[in-house]
Write a protein that binds this ligand. Structure first.
Ligand code: FE2
Length: 235
């Protein structure tokens, strides 16, 4: 598949609502971290590979869920305005094919005889790298081509409404998993903005659960302190 990038035509946000930014940063960081771990994994270390496979399956589950959220919310809304999303729809179909193929390679690695494990690990590493290459290109397409279509056809409040309908559709454990992926991947101002809005709008026990189970465990002590200061959290 060919991806033609024009790096000089990347649009500015110009203050517009960025529906893709945080979740795509999360997917990029978590995917690149996993690719690194697949590269360094010792196929004969059962504990390391079991942990890695668990994290990889969790990542692919979140990535598949993310693709459906975009289909069912963003693409549906654009289609209702008569805007074609055929290119990103096709890329999502390619992703769904890749998810199935990656799961087959994970199972093959899990079940391989010890002498075959390194070869199976190498196949999975290469396949995941190719998937990441496609996904990086795909997310670039969405943030440079699809986002401006949203800005042209919807107000910021309407785009926020699309995001809220995605969030409302998520079971709590899924919201928590997305937060754990996004928080360490975004910058301090973005963290303070995202969590500041949640502190203002969410029930206090929900906000506290997000801090305890998604935010604190995913940040370094100094990043957490900086965020806690920005949010004026009680020590
Ligand atoms: Fe997408």
């Amino acid at each position: 598949m060919g991806h033609e990038f024009s790096l000089t035509s990347i649009p500015d946000l110009n203050g517009r609502y960025d529906i893709y930014g945080a979740v795509h940063k999360g997917l990029r960081k978590a995917g690149c971290d996993l690719l690194g771990r697949l590269g360094t994994a010792d196929s004969h270390d059962a504990q390391e590979t079991a942990l890695l496979i668990g994290d990889l399956r969790n990542y692919l589950m979140l990535a598949a869920s993310h693709v459906s959220h975009e289909d069912e919310n963003i693409h549906v809304e654009l289609a209702a305005k008569g805007v074609s999303t055929v290119k990103v729809d096709e890329q999502h179909d390619d992703h769904r094919t890749a998810f199935g193929e990656l799961e087959e390679l994970i199972v093959a690695w899990e079940r391989a005889w010890p002498s075959h494990k390194p070869a199976c690990g190498r196949k999975l590493y290469l396949a995941f790298a190719a998937y990441m290459a496609d996904d990086l290109a795909h997310m670039h397409e969405e943030e440079t081509m699809t986002a401006p279509l949203l800005w042209r056809n919807f107000t910021d409040n309407e785009i926020l409404g699309i995001e809220m309908s995605i969030i409302a559709s998520l079971p709590p454990e899924m919201s928590m998993a997305f937060m754990r992926m996004m928080i360490p991947a975004i910058n301090p101002v973005e963290r303070a903005t995202l969590l500041g809005a949640m502190k203002k709008d969410a029930p206090p026990d929900i906000f506290q659960a997000v801090i305890d189970f998604a935010v604190r465990p995913s940040l370094s002590a100094s990043d957490f302190t900086q965020l806690a200061d920005a949010l004026k959290l009680a020590a």
